[in-house]
Design a protein around this ligand. Structure first.
Ligand SMILES: *Cc1c(COP(=O)(O)O)cnc(C)c1O
Length: 385
Protein backbone atom coordinates (compact mmCIF):
# COMPACT_ATOMS: atom_id res chain seq x y z
CA UNK A 1 0.00 0.00 0.00
CA UNK A 2 1.50 3.39 -0.90
CA UNK A 3 2.30 5.75 1.96
CA UNK A 4 0.26 8.92 2.20
CA UNK A 5 1.26 11.73 4.49
CA UNK A 6 -1.88 11.11 6.55
CA UNK A 7 -0.71 7.58 7.36
CA UNK A 8 2.69 8.74 8.61
CA UNK A 9 3.41 9.28 12.28
CA UNK A 10 4.21 12.81 13.45
CA UNK A 11 7.89 12.00 14.13
CA UNK A 12 8.26 11.01 10.47
CA UNK A 13 6.28 13.98 9.18
CA UNK A 14 8.52 16.38 11.09
CA UNK A 15 11.61 14.87 9.44
CA UNK A 16 10.02 14.83 5.98
CA UNK A 17 8.35 18.24 5.97
CA UNK A 18 9.78 18.70 2.50
CA UNK A 19 7.01 17.01 0.61
CA UNK A 20 9.09 15.96 -2.36
CA UNK A 21 12.62 16.57 -3.64
CA UNK A 22 12.64 19.79 -5.64
CA UNK A 23 13.19 20.13 -9.36
CA UNK A 24 15.42 19.95 -11.29
CA UNK A 25 18.16 18.52 -9.04
CA UNK A 26 16.04 16.39 -6.70
CA UNK A 27 17.63 18.00 -3.64
CA UNK A 28 16.60 16.22 -0.47
CA UNK A 29 16.94 19.49 1.46
CA UNK A 30 14.57 22.29 0.52
CA UNK A 31 15.89 25.27 -1.43
CA UNK A 32 15.53 28.81 -0.04
CA UNK A 33 13.48 31.05 -2.32
CA UNK A 34 14.78 34.58 -1.96
CA UNK A 35 12.90 36.42 -4.75
CA UNK A 36 10.56 39.17 -3.62
CA UNK A 37 8.86 39.52 -7.01
CA UNK A 38 7.87 37.32 -9.95
CA UNK A 39 7.70 37.86 -13.69
CA UNK A 40 4.48 38.35 -15.58
CA UNK A 41 4.04 36.47 -18.83
CA UNK A 42 3.52 38.33 -22.10
CA UNK A 43 -0.21 37.71 -21.79
CA UNK A 44 -0.08 39.72 -18.52
CA UNK A 45 -0.76 36.72 -16.27
CA UNK A 46 1.50 35.23 -13.60
CA UNK A 47 2.32 31.69 -14.76
CA UNK A 48 3.70 30.70 -11.32
CA UNK A 49 0.66 32.13 -9.51
CA UNK A 50 2.88 34.39 -7.41
CA UNK A 51 3.18 38.16 -7.52
CA UNK A 52 5.09 39.51 -4.52
CA UNK A 53 6.47 37.62 -1.56
CA UNK A 54 4.86 39.66 1.22
CA UNK A 55 1.79 37.53 0.40
CA UNK A 56 3.77 34.39 1.19
CA UNK A 57 7.03 32.80 0.12
CA UNK A 58 7.45 29.38 -1.55
CA UNK A 59 10.00 28.48 1.17
CA UNK A 60 7.02 28.34 3.57
CA UNK A 61 4.77 25.93 1.69
CA UNK A 62 6.10 22.65 3.05
CA UNK A 63 6.68 24.04 6.55
CA UNK A 64 3.15 25.40 6.87
CA UNK A 65 1.69 22.14 5.60
CA UNK A 66 3.83 20.16 8.00
CA UNK A 67 2.78 22.28 11.00
CA UNK A 68 -0.83 22.00 10.00
CA UNK A 69 -0.55 18.18 9.85
CA UNK A 70 1.33 17.99 13.15
CA UNK A 71 -1.50 19.93 14.83
CA UNK A 72 -4.32 18.13 12.97
CA UNK A 73 -5.41 21.41 11.39
CA UNK A 74 -6.45 22.44 7.91
CA UNK A 75 -4.01 25.30 7.30
CA UNK A 76 -1.10 27.13 8.91
CA UNK A 77 0.63 30.48 8.55
CA UNK A 78 4.18 31.44 9.49
CA UNK A 79 4.84 34.88 10.96
CA UNK A 80 7.84 37.10 11.68
CA UNK A 81 7.51 36.32 15.42
CA UNK A 82 5.26 34.65 17.94
CA UNK A 83 3.95 38.09 18.89
CA UNK A 84 3.13 38.84 15.24
CA UNK A 85 1.16 35.56 15.09
CA UNK A 86 -0.71 36.19 18.34
CA UNK A 87 -1.49 39.86 17.71
CA UNK A 88 -2.89 39.14 14.25
CA UNK A 89 -5.62 37.00 15.87
CA UNK A 90 -6.78 39.95 18.00
CA UNK A 91 -6.45 42.36 15.06
CA UNK A 92 -8.87 40.16 13.13
CA UNK A 93 -11.61 40.89 15.71
CA UNK A 94 -14.14 43.66 15.20
CA UNK A 95 -14.22 46.65 17.59
CA UNK A 96 -16.60 46.07 20.55
CA UNK A 97 -15.79 42.34 20.56
CA UNK A 98 -15.45 40.53 23.90
CA UNK A 99 -12.30 38.60 24.78
CA UNK A 100 -11.39 36.36 27.72
CA UNK A 101 -7.70 36.04 28.58
CA UNK A 102 -5.82 34.37 31.45
CA UNK A 103 -4.36 36.34 34.38
CA UNK A 104 -1.03 34.56 33.90
CA UNK A 105 0.09 34.62 30.32
CA UNK A 106 3.13 35.49 28.25
CA UNK A 107 4.16 38.86 29.64
CA UNK A 108 4.65 40.83 26.41
CA UNK A 109 1.35 39.63 24.96
CA UNK A 110 -0.53 40.61 28.12
CA UNK A 111 1.00 44.09 27.97
CA UNK A 112 0.16 44.50 24.27
CA UNK A 113 -3.37 43.13 24.75
CA UNK A 114 -4.26 45.61 27.48
CA UNK A 115 -3.19 48.55 25.30
CA UNK A 116 -4.72 47.18 22.10
CA UNK A 117 -8.09 46.32 23.60
CA UNK A 118 -8.38 49.83 25.04
CA UNK A 119 -7.56 51.48 21.71
CA UNK A 120 -9.69 49.04 19.72
CA UNK A 121 -12.62 49.21 22.16
CA UNK A 122 -12.56 45.49 22.88
CA UNK A 123 -14.05 44.25 26.15
CA UNK A 124 -11.33 42.27 27.92
CA UNK A 125 -12.00 40.01 30.91
CA UNK A 126 -9.27 38.14 32.74
CA UNK A 127 -9.92 34.70 34.22
CA UNK A 128 -7.93 32.75 36.80
CA UNK A 129 -5.63 30.29 35.02
CA UNK A 130 -6.81 26.72 35.13
CA UNK A 131 -10.31 27.67 36.29
CA UNK A 132 -12.55 26.29 33.55
CA UNK A 133 -15.66 26.86 35.73
CA UNK A 134 -14.90 30.59 35.76
CA UNK A 135 -14.57 30.56 31.96
CA UNK A 136 -17.92 28.78 31.63
CA UNK A 137 -19.55 31.33 33.96
CA UNK A 138 -18.08 34.23 31.94
CA UNK A 139 -19.40 32.57 28.78
CA UNK A 140 -22.90 32.52 30.24
CA UNK A 141 -22.69 36.21 31.22
CA UNK A 142 -21.23 37.72 28.05
CA UNK A 143 -21.39 37.16 24.31
CA UNK A 144 -17.70 36.22 24.07
CA UNK A 145 -16.01 36.36 20.66
CA UNK A 146 -12.64 34.86 21.59
CA UNK A 147 -11.14 32.94 24.50
CA UNK A 148 -7.37 33.14 24.63
CA UNK A 149 -5.75 30.25 26.48
CA UNK A 150 -2.13 29.63 27.36
CA UNK A 151 -1.52 26.09 28.58
CA UNK A 152 0.77 25.37 30.37
CA UNK A 153 0.93 29.06 31.38
CA UNK A 154 4.07 31.06 32.09
CA UNK A 155 5.72 30.90 34.61
CA UNK A 156 3.85 28.57 36.96
CA UNK A 157 2.54 26.13 34.31
CA UNK A 158 -1.12 25.95 35.34
CA UNK A 159 -3.10 23.92 32.82
CA UNK A 160 -6.43 24.85 31.32
CA UNK A 161 -8.85 22.07 30.54
CA UNK A 162 -9.65 23.20 27.00
CA UNK A 163 -11.91 20.21 26.29
CA UNK A 164 -14.07 21.12 29.32
CA UNK A 165 -15.01 24.53 27.92
CA UNK A 166 -15.44 23.76 24.23
CA UNK A 167 -19.06 22.62 24.59
CA UNK A 168 -20.18 25.91 26.15
CA UNK A 169 -18.02 27.88 23.73
CA UNK A 170 -19.35 26.12 20.63
CA UNK A 171 -22.96 26.66 21.73
CA UNK A 172 -22.31 30.40 21.88
CA UNK A 173 -20.22 30.57 18.70
CA UNK A 174 -17.11 31.59 20.68
CA UNK A 175 -13.67 30.98 19.13
CA UNK A 176 -10.94 29.37 21.22
CA UNK A 177 -7.29 30.14 20.50
CA UNK A 178 -4.51 28.35 22.38
CA UNK A 179 -0.93 29.54 22.83
CA UNK A 180 0.67 26.09 22.68
CA UNK A 181 4.29 27.29 22.58
CA UNK A 182 5.23 25.36 25.73
CA UNK A 183 3.02 22.36 24.90
CA UNK A 184 4.26 21.74 21.35
CA UNK A 185 2.47 19.19 19.14
CA UNK A 186 4.77 16.58 20.71
CA UNK A 187 2.91 16.73 24.04
CA UNK A 188 -0.66 17.58 22.99
CA UNK A 189 -2.74 18.93 20.13
CA UNK A 190 -5.28 21.55 21.27
CA UNK A 191 -7.23 21.32 17.99
CA UNK A 192 -8.12 17.76 19.04
CA UNK A 193 -9.76 19.33 22.11
CA UNK A 194 -11.88 21.35 19.63
CA UNK A 195 -9.95 24.59 19.89
CA UNK A 196 -10.18 26.68 16.70
CA UNK A 197 -6.67 28.09 16.50
CA UNK A 198 -3.25 27.15 17.83
CA UNK A 199 -0.47 29.69 18.14
CA UNK A 200 3.26 29.03 18.54
CA UNK A 201 6.24 31.15 19.21
CA UNK A 202 8.30 29.09 16.76
CA UNK A 203 11.29 30.89 18.28
CA UNK A 204 11.04 28.32 21.05
CA UNK A 205 10.65 24.54 20.64
CA UNK A 206 9.67 24.41 16.96
CA UNK A 207 12.99 25.90 15.90
CA UNK A 208 14.77 24.92 19.09
CA UNK A 209 18.23 26.42 18.63
CA UNK A 210 17.98 30.03 19.91
CA UNK A 211 18.77 31.41 16.47
CA UNK A 212 15.44 32.32 14.83
CA UNK A 213 12.54 34.59 15.84
CA UNK A 214 9.38 33.18 14.25
CA UNK A 215 5.72 32.51 14.91
CA UNK A 216 2.97 30.27 13.60
CA UNK A 217 -0.80 29.89 13.64
CA UNK A 218 -2.68 26.72 12.76
CA UNK A 219 -6.43 26.66 12.13
CA UNK A 220 -8.88 23.79 12.48
CA UNK A 221 -10.84 25.04 9.47
CA UNK A 222 -10.28 27.64 6.78
CA UNK A 223 -12.95 30.21 7.72
CA UNK A 224 -13.54 33.88 6.80
CA UNK A 225 -11.86 34.73 10.14
CA UNK A 226 -8.77 32.78 9.04
CA UNK A 227 -8.76 34.55 5.66
CA UNK A 228 -8.80 37.87 7.52
CA UNK A 229 -5.74 36.75 9.51
CA UNK A 230 -4.01 35.81 6.26
CA UNK A 231 -4.79 39.25 4.87
CA UNK A 232 -3.51 40.93 8.04
CA UNK A 233 -0.20 39.12 7.58
CA UNK A 234 0.07 40.10 3.91
CA UNK A 235 -0.99 43.74 4.29
CA UNK A 236 0.61 44.31 7.69
CA UNK A 237 3.76 42.66 6.42
CA UNK A 238 4.55 40.47 9.44
CA UNK A 239 6.06 37.80 7.19
CA UNK A 240 8.95 35.54 8.08
CA UNK A 241 12.17 35.89 6.05
CA UNK A 242 13.04 32.92 3.81
CA UNK A 243 16.35 32.23 5.57
CA UNK A 244 14.63 32.07 8.96
CA UNK A 245 11.96 29.81 7.49
CA UNK A 246 14.63 27.46 6.21
CA UNK A 247 16.33 27.29 9.61
CA UNK A 248 12.95 26.62 11.20
CA UNK A 249 12.39 23.75 8.78
CA UNK A 250 15.74 22.28 9.80
CA UNK A 251 14.94 22.69 13.49
CA UNK A 252 11.58 20.97 13.05
CA UNK A 253 13.26 17.74 11.92
CA UNK A 254 14.49 17.10 15.47
CA UNK A 255 11.45 18.52 17.30
CA UNK A 256 10.33 15.16 18.67
CA UNK A 257 13.81 14.06 19.75
CA UNK A 258 14.42 17.39 21.47
CA UNK A 259 11.10 17.68 23.28
CA UNK A 260 11.13 14.05 24.47
CA UNK A 261 14.69 14.39 25.79
CA UNK A 262 14.02 17.78 27.42
CA UNK A 263 10.88 16.33 29.08
CA UNK A 264 12.75 13.31 30.45
CA UNK A 265 15.52 15.60 31.77
CA UNK A 266 13.01 18.03 33.31
CA UNK A 267 11.25 15.24 35.20
CA UNK A 268 14.48 13.89 36.67
CA UNK A 269 15.69 17.35 37.63
CA UNK A 270 12.27 18.10 39.18
CA UNK A 271 12.58 14.94 41.35
CA UNK A 272 16.06 16.00 42.45
CA UNK A 273 15.08 19.60 43.23
CA UNK A 274 11.87 18.66 45.02
CA UNK A 275 13.77 16.84 47.77
CA UNK A 276 16.52 19.49 48.15
CA UNK A 277 16.36 21.35 51.49
CA UNK A 278 17.14 24.76 49.91
CA UNK A 279 14.16 24.54 47.54
CA UNK A 280 10.81 25.89 48.73
CA UNK A 281 8.75 24.37 45.91
CA UNK A 282 8.93 22.96 42.40
CA UNK A 283 6.21 23.64 39.88
CA UNK A 284 6.18 20.96 37.20
CA UNK A 285 3.11 19.20 35.72
CA UNK A 286 4.91 15.84 35.84
CA UNK A 287 5.23 15.80 39.64
CA UNK A 288 2.50 14.19 41.72
CA UNK A 289 2.73 17.27 43.99
CA UNK A 290 1.57 19.48 41.07
CA UNK A 291 -2.05 20.49 41.86
CA UNK A 292 -3.25 19.57 38.35
CA UNK A 293 -1.15 16.43 37.94
CA UNK A 294 -4.22 14.27 37.23
CA UNK A 295 -5.29 16.60 34.41
CA UNK A 296 -1.70 16.67 33.14
CA UNK A 297 -1.71 12.87 32.91
CA UNK A 298 -4.79 12.97 30.67
CA UNK A 299 -3.50 15.84 28.52
CA UNK A 300 0.16 15.03 27.89
CA UNK A 301 1.81 12.35 25.81
CA UNK A 302 5.57 11.80 25.40
CA UNK A 303 6.39 13.52 28.72
CA UNK A 304 5.39 16.63 30.66
CA UNK A 305 7.49 19.18 28.82
CA UNK A 306 10.78 20.90 29.38
CA UNK A 307 9.68 23.85 31.52
CA UNK A 308 9.71 24.05 35.30
CA UNK A 309 9.85 26.73 37.93
CA UNK A 310 11.38 26.57 41.37
CA UNK A 311 11.16 28.82 44.38
CA UNK A 312 14.29 29.18 46.49
CA UNK A 313 14.19 29.48 50.27
CA UNK A 314 15.33 32.90 51.48
CA UNK A 315 13.80 35.15 48.81
CA UNK A 316 14.98 37.07 45.76
CA UNK A 317 18.64 37.44 46.77
CA UNK A 318 19.07 33.71 47.31
CA UNK A 319 17.29 32.95 44.03
CA UNK A 320 19.57 35.30 42.12
CA UNK A 321 22.58 33.74 43.90
CA UNK A 322 21.54 30.26 42.72
CA UNK A 323 21.23 31.49 39.14
CA UNK A 324 24.67 33.13 39.49
CA UNK A 325 26.21 29.87 40.71
CA UNK A 326 25.01 27.73 37.79
CA UNK A 327 27.61 26.96 35.14
CA UNK A 328 26.02 24.63 32.60
CA UNK A 329 22.70 26.51 32.68
CA UNK A 330 22.98 29.86 30.93
CA UNK A 331 21.35 32.91 32.51
CA UNK A 332 19.03 34.12 29.76
CA UNK A 333 15.41 34.63 28.98
CA UNK A 334 13.51 32.53 26.40
CA UNK A 335 12.88 28.80 26.36
CA UNK A 336 12.60 25.68 24.27
CA UNK A 337 16.13 25.43 22.96
CA UNK A 338 18.72 22.65 23.10
CA UNK A 339 20.64 24.41 25.89
CA UNK A 340 19.31 24.76 29.43
CA UNK A 341 18.45 28.29 30.53
CA UNK A 342 17.68 29.82 33.91
CA UNK A 343 16.11 33.17 34.63
CA UNK A 344 14.96 35.15 37.61
CA UNK A 345 11.54 35.76 36.11
CA UNK A 346 10.55 38.79 38.18
CA UNK A 347 13.62 40.69 36.93
CA UNK A 348 12.41 40.11 33.35
CA UNK A 349 8.76 40.96 33.95
CA UNK A 350 9.55 44.05 36.04
CA UNK A 351 7.08 46.39 37.77
CA UNK A 352 3.55 45.08 38.15
CA UNK A 353 4.58 41.43 37.71
CA UNK A 354 2.62 38.92 39.79
CA UNK A 355 5.55 36.50 39.68
CA UNK A 356 6.96 35.54 43.13
CA UNK A 357 10.36 37.18 43.59
CA UNK A 358 12.06 33.95 44.73
CA UNK A 359 11.11 32.14 41.49
CA UNK A 360 13.58 30.84 38.94
CA UNK A 361 12.21 29.69 35.60
CA UNK A 362 14.12 26.81 34.03
CA UNK A 363 14.04 25.79 30.41
CA UNK A 364 15.57 22.35 30.27
CA UNK A 365 17.71 21.40 27.30
CA UNK A 366 19.01 18.13 25.91
CA UNK A 367 22.29 17.93 27.84
CA UNK A 368 23.17 14.87 29.90
CA UNK A 369 20.88 14.93 32.95
CA UNK A 370 23.76 14.13 35.33
CA UNK A 371 25.48 17.38 34.35
CA UNK A 372 22.29 19.36 34.97
CA UNK A 373 21.76 17.81 38.40
CA UNK A 374 25.43 18.26 39.30
CA UNK A 375 25.21 21.91 38.22
CA UNK A 376 22.33 22.54 40.63
CA UNK A 377 24.02 20.55 43.38
CA UNK A 378 27.14 22.75 43.26
CA UNK A 379 25.17 26.01 42.89
CA UNK A 380 22.92 25.18 45.87
CA UNK A 381 25.96 24.07 47.93
CA UNK A 382 27.44 27.55 47.54
CA UNK A 383 24.48 29.17 49.32
CA UNK A 384 25.02 30.39 52.86
CA UNK A 385 22.94 28.13 54.98
C1 LIG B 1 8.14 33.66 23.49
C2 LIG B 1 6.68 33.50 23.66
C3 LIG B 1 5.77 34.30 22.95
C4 LIG B 1 6.23 35.39 22.01
O1 LIG B 1 6.94 34.88 20.91
P1 LIG B 1 8.10 35.69 20.14
O2 LIG B 1 8.55 34.70 19.12
O3 LIG B 1 9.15 36.05 21.15
O4 LIG B 1 7.47 36.91 19.56
C5 LIG B 1 4.42 34.06 23.14
N1 LIG B 1 3.97 33.11 23.99
C6 LIG B 1 4.82 32.33 24.69
C7 LIG B 1 4.27 31.29 25.61
C8 LIG B 1 6.20 32.50 24.56
O5 LIG B 1 7.04 31.74 25.27
Amino acid sequence: MPFTSSSLSPETLAVHSQLKPSEPYKDIVSPIYVATTYERAADNRYPGGRVYSRDGNPTYIDIEQCLSKLENGEDALLFASGMAAATSVFQALQPESTVLAPKHMYWALRKWLIQFTQQWKIHLHFYENGNSDEIITLLSQHQVDLIWIETPANPTWELTDVAAITKSAKQKGTRIAVDATVMTPVLAKPLDWRADLVMHSATKYLNGHSDVIAGALVTKVVSPFWQRIREIRALGGSVLGPFEAWLLQRGLKTLFLRVKTASANALELAYYLEQHPQILSVSYPGLSSFPQHELAKTQFTNGFGGMLSIRIKGGAQQAIAVAAGLQVFKRATSLGSVESLVEHRKSVEGEGSACPDDLLRLSIGIENIHDLIQDFRQALDQLEK
